[in-house]
Design a protein around this ligand. Structure first.
Ligand code: NCC
Length: 276
C-alpha cells in the first residue's frame, strides 16, 4: 500500500475535510425556536482569511518554553478548553482569538463555563463527540454532553460574543483521514481538539504554526502547562487517536525537525496557498 507523502496528505485534508458549522436553517434546528441563537453564517464566511496563525496545545511541555512573544506575534491565536493565559504569558502568550472547547467543558460543573471569565474573550467554537455518523438528528438525540442546552444558556448570557458549533461531519471526515493513512485500525473516537483546531486554522490562514502538539525536548509527563497533574496519556492519547494524529501532522510538517525539537513548532500551509 502506497504511503502518502506530506503534500499528498495536505491535498487529502484540503479536499476531504470541510469546515462546517451549524446555522439556523439546518434540520432539525430549523424547527426549534432557539435556532436563531446560532450564527446566521458559517464560521468560514465570517472569519479570516488571516496571514499567520498560532495553534497552542495545552501540553505540559509549554512550561518554561519562553514562547509567549513568538505566539503573540501571530495574527490569530487558538487555544483549547480551559487553557489560561493569565500567569503563563511568558510561555504561552496572552492573545486569544479563538477558543475551541469540547462539550465536556461546557457541561461539567467544575469548569463554570457560564460564568468563568476564561471563556468570555475571543470567538468560541464548540464541538461534541458525536456518534459515528454525521446525521444531525441522530446526534441531536445522542450528544455526549448536553452541548445544546449549555449553548442556549451561554448565548443568552453573552449575546454579543461570537459562538459557533462544529458540524459533526468535521470530526468524522478528519477521523477518516487519520484512519486511511495508518496501517492499523484505530479507535472510533473523534480526533482531539488539537487536531480539529489545526485543520480549522488551515482553512482560515496562510501559515499555521502549531506549538507543542509534537513534543519538543521539553517533553514531560505533566499533562497541561497550567496544572500539576501528570499522565503520559495526555500526550500519547487514550480516548483520542492522538498518537496517530501526531504521526499525520509530523508527515505534513513543512518546518525543520530542529524547530520541533527546540520550539515544539510545526509549520503547516493554509489550504488556500497550494493547489492539488
Ligand atoms: O487536554 P486538552 O484536550 O484540553 O488539550 C488540548 C489539546 O492539546 C493537545 N495536548 C494536550 C496535552 C498534552 N500533554 N499533549 C497534547 O498534545 C491535544 O491535541 C489536545 O486536544 C480535548 O481534546 O478536548 C482534550 O480535552 C480534555 C478535557 O476534556 C479538557 O481539558 C477539559 O478539562 C480531555 N481530558 C479528559 O477528558 C480527562 C482530553 O482527553 C482531550
Amino acid at each position: 500500500r502506497h504511503k502518502l507523502s506530506g503534500p499528498e496528505l495536505l491535498c487529502q485534508l484540503k479536499e476531504m475535510v470541510q469546515i462546517t458549522t451549524l446555522t439556523p436553517e439546518m434540520k432539525p434546528f430549523a424547527g426549534f425556536s432557539w435556532a436563531s441563537l446560532l450564527p446566521q453564517r458559517p464560521l468560514t464566511s465570517d472569519l479570516g482569511p488571516f496571514k499567520t496563525c498560532a495553534v497552542v496545545s495545552s501540553a505540559g511541555s509549554l512550561r518554561n518554553s519562553g514562547l509567549g512573544k513568538e505566539i503573540d506575534s501571530h495574527d490569530t491565536v487558538v487555544r483549547f478548553n480551559a487553557a489560561p493565559t493569565a500567569g503563563f504569558e511568558k510561555d504561552v502568550g496572552s492573545k486569544t482569538t479563538v477558543r475551541l472547547i469540547n462539550s465536556q467543558v461546557m457541561a461539567s460543573e467544575d469548569h463554570h463555563f457560564l460564568s468563568s471569565s476564561l471563556y468570555s474573550t475571543g470567538i468560541l467554537v464548540a464541538w461534541d463527540p458525536a456518534p459515528y455518523s454525521s446525521d444531525l438528528n441522530e446526534w441531536y438525540n445522542k450528544t455526549d454532553y448536553p452541548i445544546f442546552k449549555q449553548y442556549q444558556r451561554y448565548r443568552r448570557l453573552h449575546p454579543q460574543q461570537p459562538f459557533y458549533i462544529l458540524h459533526p461531519s468535521v470530526e468524522w471526515q478528519l477521523w477518516r483521514r487519520v484512519q486511511d493513512n495508518m496501517g492499523e485500525p484505530i479507535q472510533k473516537n473523534p480526533p482531539s481538539s488539537g487536531l480539529l483546531g489545526t485543520v480549522l486554522m488551515m482553512s482560515l490562514c496562510d501559515v499555521v504554526h502549531v506549538y507543542e502538539f509534537l513534543p519538543s525536548r521539553r517533553k514531560t509527563e505533566l499533562c497541561h502547562y497550567y496544572q500539576r497533574f501528570s499522565d503520559a496519556a495526555c500526550t500519547l492519547g487514550a480516548y483520542h487517536p492522538l498518537l496517530y494524529e501526531k504521526n499525520l501532522v509530523k508527515r505534513m510538517n513543512q518546518g525543520s525537525d530542529r524547530d520541533i525539537y527546540t520550539h515544539g513548532r510545526v509549520t503547516l500551509p493554509g489550504f488556500s496557498t497550494f493547489n492539488c
